[in-house]
Structures are given as structure tokens and as C-alpha cells.
Unconditional design. Structure first.
Lengths: 431, 229
């Protein structure tokens, strides 16, 4: 005969009391595991929702980036930097600036570390002239190609420089003057060879001649001078890009003025940027809402779980006390036949712990499934419960299986002490 | 084996202290069966509990096997009960959810004895309980319950057997079995102290004491009267 046999038989004998203890432990562990599983499921679902939204945002952003790339390619140069003293009325009327500035201003921009809002810097010297040899007015635009930005990743140039002594002509000039590749022409007394003609643009470009900057500077005796720097804004600067572009340039070139041409593409870009900001805000709002919801659930669990634990412990203690009361005669005879007080105490503690272990295992199952389904039910009516494998944590199972016997044994501690120190003489002398 | 030296027990009560046992001295040696006879409430059970290391006397000394019982700790007294003393109670105090065999083996929980089951089976056979071996107490007759209690008391081969009204509720046949078993125990060198108001309990007694209002009245020498009258 062992203590374990006695406990096993007694549990079976006092089914109601044992079931009552079992139910209490089950409820306690189910509430803890349920709360834990619900919060964990909440976290997993939050991650999934946010991942989905982030993925959608990423896809939108990638699409936006592609659109922006296409748009900026269509946009052409839209930032014009002019000398500060240039009359804008004159510039708009004539199509070029009469004031000039040092060519190295463009180099300053290209070498700046702080200039992040523009790319593709092109210093130019342009003038509208009467082409006497051809008896017509043309626009001369001269440059030596884009300046590489020293502190930015290299990008393919939007325009190519024209070799010295060569010119590139607009489509109208090609057609109207019957000029083609290889033809020689004279401009201000100097001979140039037609390198190529450009396809029709439907703009002033059709009557424009492109040449090397140094050729133009020599033609007008304006060495190292330019009258405009044109550039392309970077669409990465957010919807307030205009202010940013202007402030960055003026910081480097305080004696310059900046004009940003609004274009359909940039308006569209602005709209897309605004969409991105809205998407990011929506994502942050969702994160905030989920966090708040979790805090609410956590707060509720922090109140409910200890209450349930306390109620369960009290109930287990009362049940154990009733059991002790009912078994007074048995305890007395066990003591009379020589069982020590710790033997008697262990009868009650081991019994409570054994029932606790079974209650803990069942409570884990109930709590796990309950928390899993409840989270799905609380999420939305259409949400499916998350997978068991996703939510299963061995540590929680271990915690449940350890906590349950401990809770039951602790709750039964006082009744067990009472039983252990029952004076057998009191009971036996009642005869 | 058992010696009570001027043992008294006083209980406190709302009406004032109650002296349940007063200046009792007696001695039961190995091989002796002593009976204390007296009416209900005269202090017999209190005397037995003090003799059985279960109730500390207010005054006096109890010796079992020459050891001063109440000079030792509670845990040592429990060990003493397990090793040296067997109890038989009128109300049996059997564990209701254990079988006869298991009830008999309950005292073995406090010791490590590999032959305990063998010993329990021997006692079952000796006390004619074979057919009830796996039955629970609720299925037993009063006599069978008392025989089970006797077997339980004898399991650990005690030196001293204490019996409180062992035949009180028994018919003649069962009373005879119980009394003869106790007598056999005494004959084999054990000491038996039984308290009872049942005159049948005195049949096998070598010494008989009368008890009234907590005092032993007289010691009556009993002749060899073994067996039913």
C-alpha cells in the first residue's frame, strides 16, 4: 500500500470534490492560457494585417517609382537657375537671359553635399539670334554636357554634348533650310558642320541650334560665362519639393534665382506623393489602433486573470477543507497507525497537485482553443481562427502544466496543514 | 511492555476543569491481557489514548517498552505507534474506499516492509476474511469490519495491542473470534490492554481493573479461564 494508491483511490471515491477542484484549476489555467493565446493571436494577426498593408504600400510605391521614373523622363529639365539680376519679364519674353553668371556656379552645385533635391545639372548659354546667312531667327543653345553630381549615384545623362565645331539642328530648320547631316553652315562667320537634326518636338526646339558651350562662348566672347543652369528636380523630396529645391540651391548660390516649371508630370507626381503619405498615415493609424486594442485586451486580462485565479484558489481551498472535514476519522486512524504529519499533509497536497496537473492539461486545451476562437470572433465576423501551429508555444504549455499543480497545491496548503495537525485523540475519543 | 505511573488527564470545559482520568497506575507485561471494565464515560477511552501515545497526560508518566512515551517528539511517538502499538477501535475507522486487503495494509505506508502483503494475506486467512479480501467496508458485516480492524492492528507485529470496546457491537461468534485473536497475540508474547463495558471482554483477561469516574477501583486477579464461559 502506497500513499499514491491511497490518493488515487480517494480521488475516485470523492468524485464530486475532485471534479470541483478539477473544474476550478481548469477555469484558472484556461483563463491564463486563453488570455495569453488571445493576445498572441492578436499580435500575429496585427503582424499579418500590417504586413499586408505594407506589402500593398510597397507595391504602390514601386508602381509610383516606376511612374515617377517615366514621368521624370517625360518631364525634361524643369528647374532653371538664373543670375539674381535677371529681369524675369525679359526672360519670359525673349526665352533666354540677358544676364550671365560664372560657369563654375554649376560646378559648385555639382560638388555640393547638401544638394539632394535636384539631379542632371546642365550649364547652358543660350541666345536668340538673327541667323544672317539663312535670313532667319534661331535659338542657340550651347552646353558641354551634364555635370556629374559628385556625392550622388551616377545616372545616365538626359542630354549628350555636341562635339566642338558641330551643331545639332531642330526639325523645322532641317526641313525649311534643307539641312542634313554633313552640311556645312556659317554662324557669326564661323563654320559648323551639321551633326544631326532632331525629330519634331512641336516646340521652340524645332528652330533651335545646339552647339558646344565653348564654341558659343567664343562666338559671343563670353568665356567661362553661362546665362542659365537647368536641372531636373528629384521626385524623392516629398510634396513640398519646390520650397526645398529653392532653399537648397540658394544656400549654395545666394546670387542666383530659381524658377521651377510646373508641369503635368510634376502635378501628377505631387498627387502620387500625397497618396504615398496618405498610405503611410493609414498604416500608422492602423498600427496605433491595433496597439490600442491590444492594450485594452491586456488591461482586461490583467484584471480578470488574477480575479479568476484568486476565485479558483479560494474554491480549491474550500473544497479541500470540506474534504479534510469529511476525512477526520480516516486522518485520525492514519495518525494512530503511525503515519507522520507530513504523510497526512502529502495526501492532500499530492492529491491537489495531481488533480491540478490534469486540470492544467485540460485547461490548457480549453484556453488555447478558446483564446484562438475568441480572437477570431473579436477580430471580424469573417476572420478565420489562426493556425494551431502558429499559436502553439511549448513554453505556455509548460507554464500551464507547472502552474496548475502549484496553484492547486498552494490553495490546498492550509487545509493540508489543518489535516496534518489534527489531534487524532480528539476524534478517536469522540467514540 | 506498558506501564502507567500515576497518570491523570484533565480537560478544560466552560464549567471548569474536568478530570477524566485520575492517578491511574497499571502495568501490562508481555504475554498479559489486561481488561479495564467500567461504564460509559468513566475515562476508559482517555486512558487507552494516553497509553497509545495519542494523548498527553496532564500528570504522570507512560512507558511503552520502557520508553517514556511523552518525553519524545510527536514524530517519534508516531514512529512508536507504527512499530510498537496496534489499535482496535469500536467504530473501526476503516478507509471507506479501500478494500479489506488495502485497509489491512494501511499501516505499511509508514514503513518499508517487503513482506507486508504476505503478512496481510496471513492475517486475512487467520481471521476468515478470504472471501471479503477485495470488498470495501460498506459491503462487510460488523463482525467482518472488526476482524479487518484487528488484522490492521496486527500487521506491523506490534508489542502492545490496545482495544477500545472491541466486542461492543459484535455477536457472540464474532466477539469470540476477536477476543481469541487478542488472546493469541498475548500468548505469543504481546501485551494487550482492552477497555470495555462488555463483560465478554473479560473472559480472556489475566488482569481486570474496574474503573469509575476516572479512577481504577481495584485489580481483580483472574483465574485461568481461557475460553467462553
Amino acid at each position: 500500500m502506497t500513499i499514491w494508491n491511497l490518493i488515487r483511490r480517494e480521488i475516485w471515491h470523492s468524485k464530486l470534490g475532485s471534479l470541483s477542484t478539477l473544474a476550478s484549476v481548469l477555469v484558472a489555467i484556461a483563463s491564463i492560457v486563453g488570455a495569453f493565446t488571445l493576445l498572441q493571436a492578436h499580435d500575429v494577426r496585427t503582424d499579418r494585417i500590417l504586413d499586408k498593408k505594407q506589402q500593398a504600400t510597397r507595391e504602390d510605391m514601386e508602381e509610383l517609382r516606376q511612374e515617377m521614373r517615366r514621368a521624370t523622363l517625360q518631364l525634361g529639365f524643369n528647374v532653371v537657375i538664373l543670375p539674381k539680376g535677371q529681369e524675369l519679364t525679359e526672360w519670359y519674353n525673349r526665352g533666354y537671359a540677358s544676364e550671365t553668371m560664372p560657369e563654375n556656379w554649376a560646378q559648385k552645385l555639382a560638388e555640393s553635399r547638401t544638394l539632394t533635391s535636384i539631379r542632371h545639372i546642365l550649364p547652358v548659354l543660350q541666345k536668340k539670334i538673327q541667323w544672317e546667312d539663312m535670313s532667319r531667327e534661331v535659338m542657340i543653345r550651347a552646353h558641354r554636357g551634364e555635370l556629374p553630381l559628385k556625392h550622388r549615384p551616377e545616372k545616365p545623362d538626359l542630354v549628350q554634348s555636341v562635339p566642338r565645331g558641330k551643331i545639332l539642328i531642330g526639325h523645322a530648320l532641317h526641313e525649311e533650310l534643307d539641312l542634313s547631316r554633313g552640311d556645312n553652315v556659317r554662324i557669326r562667320g564661323r563654320e559648323f558642320t551639321v551633326e544631326a537634326y532632331r525629330p519634331a518636338q512641336g516646340s521652340q526646339d524645332d528652330i533651335t541650334i545646339w552647339m558646344h558651350l565653348e564654341d558659343a562662348q567664343e562666338l559671343w566672347d563670353q568665356q567661362d560665362r553661362i546665362n542659365a543652369i537647368i536641372a531636373l528636380q528629384c521626385m524623392c523630396t516629398g510634396i513640398h519639393f519646390k520650397e526645398k529645391v529653392k532653399s537648397q540651391i540658394k544656400e549654395i548660390l545666394p546670387d542666383a534665382q530659381v524658377i521651377i516649371r510646373e508641369a503635368k508630370a510634376s502635378a501628377r507626381a505631387r498627387a502620387r506623393l500625397s497618396t504615398r503619405e496618405k498610405a503611410e498615415k493609414a498604416l500608422k493609424r492602423e498600427q496605433r489602433n491595433r496597439r490600442k486594442l491590444r492594450e485594452e485586451r491586456e488591461g482586461l486580462a490583467a484584471v480578470l486573470v488574477p480575479l479568476v485565479l484568486a476565485a479558483s484558489a479560494i474554491w480549491i481551498g474550500l473544497t479541500a477543507m470540506v474534504n479534510v472535514r469529511e476525512r477526520r476519522g480516516e486522518i485520525a486512524i492514519l495518525r494512530a497507525v503511525g503515519l507522520r504529519s507530513w504523510h497526512v499533509m502529502s495526501l492532500f497536497l499530492i492529491k491537489a497537485a495531481a488533480i491540478g496537473l490534469i486540470g492544467g492539461a485540460l485547461g490548457y486545451g480549453v484556453g488555447f482553443l478558446g483564446g484562438r476562437y475568441m480572437e477570431a470572433w473579436l477580430s471580424t465576423s469573417a476572420a478565420h481562427p489562426l493556425g494551431i501551429g502558429v499559436l502553439f508555444r511549448p513554453a505556455v504549455l509548460f507554464l500551464g502544466l507547472v502552474l496548475a499543480p502549484c496553484l492547486a497545491a498552494l490553495a490546498a496548503w492550509i487545509p493540508a496543514l489543518v489535516a496534518a495537525y489534527h489531534d487524532p485523540a480528539d476524534i478517536l475519543s469522540e467514540e | 511492555m506498558l506501564k502507567l505511573d500515576q497518570v491523570s488527564k484533565e480537560f478544560s470545559a466552560p464549567e471548569g476543569p474536568v478530570r477524566a482520568v485520575e492517578d491511574v497506575s497499571l502495568q501490562v507485561k508481555g504475554g498479559e491481557l489486561a481488561a479495564v471494565h467500567g461504564p460509559s464515560g468513566c475515562g476508559k477511552t482517555t486512558l487507552l489514548l494516553m497509553a497509545g501515545a495519542l494523548l498527553r497526560p496532564t500528570n504522570g508518566v507512560v512507558y511503552v517498552d520502557g520508553l517514556n512515551v511523552y518525553a519524545s517528539s510527536s514524530e517519534q511517538r508516531a514512529e512508536m505507534r507504527a512499530d510498537r502499538i496496534g489499535f482496535v477501535f469500536q467504530r473501526f475507522h476503516l478507509v471507506p474506499y479501500l478494500s479489506v486487503l488495502e485497509n489491512i495494509m494501511v499501516p505499511s505506508m509508514s514503513r518499508n516492509d517487503e513482506y507486508v502483503q504476505e503478512r496481510a494475506e496471513e492475517l486475512i486467512e487467520k481471521l476468515n476474511l478470504e472471501h471479503r479480501r477485495m470488498h470495501q467496508p460498506s459491503a462487510l458485516s460488523t463482525g467482518e469490519r472488526q476482524r479487518t480492524v484487528i488484522a490492521r492492528a496486527l500487521l506491523n507485529r506490534p508489542h502492545l495491542l490496545l482495544a477500545d470496546e472491541p466486542t461492543g457491537n459484535l455477536d457472540e461468534r464474532n466477539a469470540e473470534i476477536v477476543l481469541s485473536t487478542m488472546a493469541d497475540f498475548a500468548e505469543n508474547g504481546g501485551a494487550v490492554l482492552t477497555v470495555s463495558h462488555d463483560p465478554r471482554a473479560t473472559r480472556y483477561a489475566g488482569q481486570m481493573f474496574g474503573m469509575e469516574e476516572g479512577r481504577l477501583q481495584e485489580e481483580v486477579e483472574v483465574q485461568e479461564t481461557r475460553g467462553p464461559a
